[in-house]
Design a protein around this ligand. Structure first.
Ligand SMILES: *[C@@H]1O[C@H](CO)[C@@H](O)[C@H](O)[C@H]1NC(C)=O
Ligand SMILES: *[C@@H]1O[C@H](CO)[C@@H](O)[C@H](O)[C@H]1NC(C)=O
Length: 504
């Protein structure tokens, strides 16, 4: 009897510890299942600056970006890490008093901003009386791909739609660098951005209140507010480096041949397949003797295979005349074309970006007409070859103009535009519920190697110089410039007509 072992109670199916074990196992499994489910949910829901889970803008469809990552889990891990664990905690900076001279260490000299900055006030005029209300911003949201909110120097971005290629990443990077450059000086602001090419806020359509929408270009018929485009920080897909670097190289390349040894013809190289009637038209002018023009087709897929050797911009300054033709809307190519110091033949553009509005015909470019395009190009070439020193001077001033739009001035443009816009805000900006903080770490975390390389090269450091001084508002100066531009362009048209009549 003494040998009889007392059976432990574990045989009892009703034992509470057994139940507990079952319960634990069950909850473990369901937790894991939930986790997997959640991870899945997470990857399909978290929107990112790289374009994860974002649909193309409905008002301009383009192919969705595909992500190469091997497994969903590694993708989820990356999204999780980049979105939530990449911004270090930083104490909130008290905004310093704007533009105060007391900012420690900052030099006090303050250059005057170029005249083209006068457009900032004009662009914001539609909200001059009403101010920008929450309702205005909500209306702009209907046409926006993303929203940028700056609060005490921190950047929050709310993503609605994808942007083509890496536009969004580079645009947001540019704003982050502005915060780097002028720490504590950028005011709280709430801005809606679209990143597709064409402006859409119709100026003449009767509207009780127009939507303040930022994008890369605009024109007289629209109220979209132009903002420097992504390419100033680099354009990974076409191998373009940050603007300062690219400009320096092109200028260097332009010195390799003197004016006299440059080919006395007009040159264009680009992609005609971008739904651009004017570029298609331009293809017909490809005849050196007949039209004095050489038109070359750029095949980006081929160029990419060849490491972009053939498309190096610094090797494309061997002609006395270079043609600018718009693409689907404005084209980022303008600044590189003008940097060559050749006389730029601008085919009458429909759209303008923030800096092109400061160009003046016969001063820093030559206006070419869209009607009878080839003949108009030929006229410009003949005029230049008959007046070589004038043509050279126009080319040099064009290059000088681009030099004046240095990265410092690009940041200053953004700075003043944001300040003037924020003055109009009738409400205190707040972080939208769905917006996420974006910092350098979180943005770089999503960048591919090539993008990261460009982004890091275009990093801005805190400026010792103050931003340039915005000219006082003076409508008449701008009005005069616009009139002068119109008149000179008409004069050139008349010169052309006179010659055509004489020769026919
Ligand atoms: C703007 O709206 C007006 C009036 O509805 C219309 O006639 C005009 O074509 C529109 N402009 C553009 C550029 O869409
Ligand atoms: C233009 O003409 C040149 C020389 O004849 C040729 O090499 C080039 O491919 C032509 N360009 C186009 C776009 O057809």
């Amino acid at each position: 009897m003494g040998l009889r072992l007392r059976l432990p109670q574990k045989t009892s199916p009703r034992s509470p510890s057994y139940l507990l074990l079952c319960l634990l196992a069950l909850s473990f499994f369901s937790f894991t299942a939930l986790l997997f489910y959640k991870v899945d949910d997470f990857i399909t829901q978290t929107k990112t600056l790289a374009g994860h889970n974002l649909e193309p803008t409905p008002w301009h469809i383009f192919p969705r970006k595909s992500f190469s990552e091997a497994s969903r889990r590694s993708q989820a891990y990356r999204i999780l890490q980049c979105s939530y664990f990449s911004c270090p905690y930083k104490p909130v900076l008290e905004p310093k008093s704007l533009l105060s001279d007391s900012v420690s260490g900052r030099r006090t000299q303050q250059p005057k901003c170029p005249d083209v900055f006068r457009w900032i006030q004009r662009d914001l005029e539609p909200w001059g009386e009403t101010g920008v209300t929450k309702e205005h911003v909500e209306k702009a949201k209907e046409s926006a791909a993303f929203r940028v909110v700056i609060l005490s120097g921190k950047l929050y971005v709310d993503l609605f739609y994808a942007c083509v290629q890496s536009r969004m990443m580079f645009t947001v990077w540019g704003i982050l660098q502005l915060l780097n450059k002028y720490p504590g000086m950028v005011p709280d602001v709430d801005m809606m951005f679209d990143c597709m090419d064409k402006p859409i806020i119709n100026r003449t359509e009767p509207q009780s209140f127009p939507a303040p929408l930022f994008r890369y270009c605009t024109n007289e018929a629209h109220l979209d507010i132009p903002f420097p485009d992504w390419s100033f920080w680099g354009w990974s897909e076409t191998n373009l480096r940050p603007w300062d670097e690219e400009f320096g190289d092109i200028k260097q390349g332009s010195k390799r041949s003197s004016w006299g040894s440059k080919q006395p013809r007009a040159y264009w190289k680009g992609n005609p397949d971008v739904v651009s009637p004017i570029r298609m038209e331009l293809m017909k002018c490809n005849h050196s003797r007949l039209w004095g023009a050489q038109i070359m087709r750029q095949n980006w897929a081929e160029e990419a295979k060849g490491g972009f050797e053939q498309s190096k911009l610094s090797n494309q300054c061997n002609h006395r005349y270079k043609i600018y033709a718009e693409g689907y809307a404005w084209s980022v190519s303008l600044k590189y074309i003008m940097s060559c110091g050749s006389m730029t033949l601008i085919i009458s553009p429909e759209f303008e970006d923030f800096f092109s509005r400061g160009l003046l015909p016969k001063e820093n470019y030559w206006p070419v007409s869209t009607t009878d395009l080839c003949r108009s190009i030929k006229f410009a070439v003949d005029w230049g070859n008959a007046n070589p020193s004038d043509a050279e001077a126009i080319g040099k001033r064009g290059q000088g103009y681009m030099e004046s739009i240095s990265m410092n001035r690009v940041y200053d443009y953004m700075f003043h535009l944001i300040i003037e816009y924020s003055k109009l805000q009738k409400f205190k900006p707040e972080k939208p519920y769905s917006a996420k903080e974006v910092c350098e770490g979180s943005l770089l975390c999503f960048a591919e190697q090539k993008e990261r390389d460009l982004l890091e090269r275009s990093r801005a450091v805190p400026s010792l110089d103050r931003p340039c001084k915005l000219p006082d508002e003076d409508r008449s100066i701008l009005q005069r410039l616009i009139q002068q531009k119109k008149k000179t362009t008409e004069d050139v048209r008349n010169m052309e007509m006179t010659r055509t009549e004489r020769s026919s």
